[in-house]
Design a protein around this ligand. Structure first.
Ligand code: ADP
Length: 273
C-alpha cells in the first residue's frame, strides 16, 4: 500500500471564531500504481487533504502513512516526505523563480544533494516527459514562456524529484482545451511508464473521466464516494446533490462518443443510467 490514512481530521483556526473543520474522519487506502481522481465542490477539502500527503499540512489527528513511512509523526523530516510525494500546486507557474528553465527544474534534485550528472539526467528526462525540448529551452528564462509551457516547467520540477506519488492539484485550470488535453496526456504517459501513483485533483469531470482508474468524491470534509469512474458517474443524482455538474458530464459524454474514444469506454454506460 502506498498511501494509508486512518481517521484523519483537520481543523483550521481551532478555538477561534473562524474555526473550520476541513477534514472529517478521512480513511483511505491507495495501492501502488493506482490513478486516483479526487473530485468535489470548492471547499469540500480536496486541497487540505492533498497538502497532508506531502507534509505541507502536518497531521493534527489521525495517522498517515506513505509507502509504509509514518508521516504523522512530528519528528518525520519534511525532506524525507517530499522525496516520496511530489505536489504540483494550482497555478504552479507562479512559483517559478530561477533565471533559466534548467535551474528551475534542477532546484529540487539539487536540494536532494545529487551530483551534477545525475541532476542533468533528471532535468533532461523530466523535460522530455512534459514535452519540452531540452536543447532549445534549457538556457531560456521560464518567464518568456507561454502559460502552458510555464506550467510544464513547474510540473517537470516535481517530476525530476522522481516521487513515488505525484499529486496534481487542478493541473489544467485556466488552460484552453488543447493545452488541457496535452498536459493530461503527458501525465497519463508518465503514469503508464509505471512505478508512479497519481492523485489528480480536479473539478473538471472531463479531465477525470478521461484518465483515472478510481474516483474519490469529497463533500464537506468527507470522502462520500469511492469507486470506478463508470460506477461513480451512474450516481448522477447524488453527484448533483453535492454540486457536481451533471451538464458537464452529459456534454463530455457526447463529445467523447463523437470522438470515438475508447479509454475508459465503460463510462459510456452513464448515458443509460
Ligand atoms: P477544496 O480544495 O475542495 O476547495 P479546501 O481544502 O481548500 O477545499 O477547503 C476546505 C475548507 O477549509 C473550506 O471551508 C475552506 O474555506 C477552509 N479553508 C481552507 N484553507 C483554509 C485556511 N488557510 N484557513 C481557514 N480555512 C481554510
Amino acid at each position: 500500500m502506498i498511501i494509508k490514512i486512518d481517521n484523519l481530521n483537520y481543523v483550521y483556526n481551532a478555538n477561534t471564531p473562524f474555526e473550520k473543520k476541513a477534514l472529517d474522519n478521512i480513511n483511505l487506502e491507495v495501492e501502488k500504481g493506482e490513478f486516483i481522481g479526487l473530485i468535489g465542490h470548492t471547499g469540500s477539502g480536496k486541497s487540505t487533504l492533498v497538502q497532508h500527503l506531502n507534509g505541507l499540512i502536518r497531521v493534527q489527528s489521525g495517522s498517515l502513512y506513505i509507502d509504509g513511512f509514518d508521516i504523522s509523526k512530528k519528528e518525520t523530516k519534511l525532506k524525507k516526505i517530499r522525496q516520496k510525494v511530489g505536489l504540483v500546486f494550482q497555478y504552479p507557474e507562479y512559483q517559478l523563480f530561477e533565471e533559466t528553465i534548467y535551474k528551475d527544474i534542477a532546484f529540487g534534485p539539487r536540494n536532494l544533494g545529487l551530483n551534477e550528472d545525475e541532476i542533468k539526467a533528471r532535468v533532461i528526462e523530466a523535460m522530455d516527459i512534459v514535452g519540452l525540448d531540452y536543447e532549445t529551452l534549457k538556457e531560456r528564462s521560464p518567464f518568456e514562456l507561454s502559460g502552458g509551457q510555464k506550467r510544464r516547467v513547474a510540473i517537470a520540477g516535481v517530476v525530476a524529484m522522481k516521487p513515488k506519488v505525484l499529486v496534481l492539484d487542478e493541473p489544467t485550470a485556466g488552460l484552453d482545451p488543447n493545452g488541457r488535453d496535452e498536459i493530461l496526456a503527458e501525465v497519463f504517459d508518465l503514469f503508464k511508464k509505471g512505478g508512479i501513483t497519481v492523485v489528480l485533483v480536479s473539478h473538471n469531470m472531463e479531465d477525470i473521466a478521461k484518465i483515472v482508474s478510481r474516483i474519490l468524491v469529497m463533500d464537506k470534509g468527507k470522502i462520500v464516494m469511492d469507486g470506478l469512474p463508470r460506477d461513480i458517474f451512474k450516481r448522477r443524482q447524488e453527484l448533483e446533490d453535492i454540486g457536481l455538474g451533471i451538464p458537464q458530464i452529459t456534454k463530455f459524454m457526447q463529445e467523447y462518443k463523437a470522438r470515438g474514444h475508447d479509454i475508459n469506454s465503460d463510462i459510456l454506460t452513464v448515458e443509460e443510467a
